[in-house]
Structures are given as C-alpha cells and as structure tokens.
Design a protein around this ligand. Structure first.
Ligand code: ADP
Ligand code: MG
Length: 230
C-alpha cells in the first residue's frame, strides 16, 4: 500500500494545532504545580519528586522544541550540503542507542550523490525522526536500511526501510496529523515535522507499509533548487 500524503491543508488549521499544543503543555505543567505545592509542605525525604519534576520539565522542553522547528518554515536558511555526510552524522548519533536494542543501522549509497541546496540542520532532524520511529517500531533485533540513490533527472531518494511492526493501511492517512501517536510517550509531532521539512525543501515523502513486515519511507529531495538559496 502506498499513498502520497499531502498535509498542507491539515497543517494550516492553526487553531486546532494551538489548542492541541496547549493541552499537551498543560498536563505536565499541572503535575509540576501539584508537586511544588506538596514540597512547600514537606521538603524532606521527597527526593523522587524532583526526579518527576525534572522529567516533566524535559518533556515540555521536548514538545516545544519539536513544535518550534515546524512553526516557521519560512525562516529556514539553505545552502549547499552533502547528503552522505548528513546521513553519516545522523547514524553516528543513533548507532549506540540502536546497538543497545540489537538494531543494525545500515547506510547504502548507491551512486555519486551531488550536493544539494538544503538546510543541514533540518535534514538532520528529518532523518533522526524517521530513524527513531523505525527503531521504536522494532521491538528487538532488527535492521534499518537507509538507501540513497538518484531518482530520475530531478531527485535524490533517501529510503528508510525497517522490518518493524508496520502500519495498518487505514492508519496511513493519519500519518503526519498533529498529535497522532500510538505510543504511550509519543508526541505525534515527529512525522508532521518531517512532512513540513520535506515540503520546505520542495521534496516529497511517501510511506509504504505492511503490518508484520515493516515500513518504507521515501524522501525525495530535488537536485536543482537554487531558488531556495539566499
Ligand atoms: P511519535 O513517534 O511521537 O508517536 P510521530 O509523528 O513520529 O509521533 O509518529 C506518529 C505515529 O506513526 C507513531 O506513533 C507510529 O504509530 C507511526 N509510525 C511512524 N513511523 C513508523 C514506523 N517506521 N513503523 C511503524 N509505525 C510508525
Ligand atoms: Mg516519532
């Protein structure tokens, strides 16, 4: 099953987004407030309250930072970048974490890849999100392949292929919707951010998946987008 997902229409619903974001932020804030009140009464032997408060603060920070990257796509600055170098640094960043859960990260570069006009920071964020999702879809002992190739005259294709749990067909259209998550500690903002970043680069992202076999996400990035620069 394959579906080209267009999300601009959904993403423009700013009010819905703001409401959702406020809701996400309010939960940890309420919790923090409650623990602070308890601490006012009894500061001794309550060390674990601090742990909870710190992790709730980290969560707010994480949600807000995931959100901020997509809030202002027009503020992205573009310059010439080396996709292979970007992917190598992303894999270096995630490799130790992957090895701990017996997941192999493999990078295959199938041909000479020209430099492209891009925002290195945002492309890193894009591939970190895709690979993290792939890792989270694999309970243990898996493989994630990142295959880079030239696709036709205009595009470079970066394929992220995992042998994880897969996504049911009826869920595919929900991918990239803000706050859509199936994870207990998920934000449901990662893929929305990925779509935004790809869209800002004038690229395309498609998802193919089969439950029980795995998921393949193709990111197509255009090779000649000098108008993005400057
Ligand atoms: P989060 O990771 O916080 O849940 P995302 O926006 O990154 O939010 O992903 C949304 C949902 O899409 C996930 O909760 C998961 O159900 C599904 N998903 C994304 N990538 C994959 C994948 N590689 N394999 C299986 N499911 C995936
Ligand atoms: Mg995610």
């Amino acid at each position: 099953t394959e579906e080209l997902l267009r999300k601009s229409d959904k993403l423009s619903v700013a009010g819905q987004l703001a409401a959702g974001l406020a809701h996400e932020i309010r939960n940890p804030l309420t919790s923090l407030r409650g623990f602070l009140q308890l601490l006012q009464h009894d500061l001794k032997e309550k060390q674990h309250y601090f742990d909870i408060m710190l992790s709730e603060l980290d969560r707010i920070n994480f949600i807000v930072s995931e959100f901020l990257v997509i809030a202002k796509p027009e503020a992205i600055t573009y310059k010439k970048g080396d996709l292979a170098a970007i992917l190598n640094s992303v894999i270096a960043l995630l490799d130790t974490q992957a090895m701990l859960v017996s997941i192999q990260l493999l990078l295959e570069i199938e041909s000479d890849i020209p430099e492209i006009i891009c925002s290195e920071m945002h492309l890193k964020q894009l591939f970190i999100n895709l690979i993290k999702n792939a890792m989270e879809a694999i309970p243990k002992d898996g493989q994630i392949k990142i295959i880079v190739s030239v696709d036709g005259p205009d595009y470079i294709r970066v394929r992220t292929q995992d042998n994880g749990c897969g996504i049911p067909e009826e869920r595919l259209k929900q991918l990239g919707e803000p706050f859509y998550t199936t994870k207990e500690k998920g934000t449901g903002l990662g893929l929305m951010m990925c779509f935004k970043i790809v869209e800002a680069h004038k690229g395309k992202m498609t998802v193919q998946s089969q439950v029980g076999y795995g998921t393949t996400i193709d990111v197509l990035l255009p090779m000649n987008t000098h108008e993005l620069e400057g």
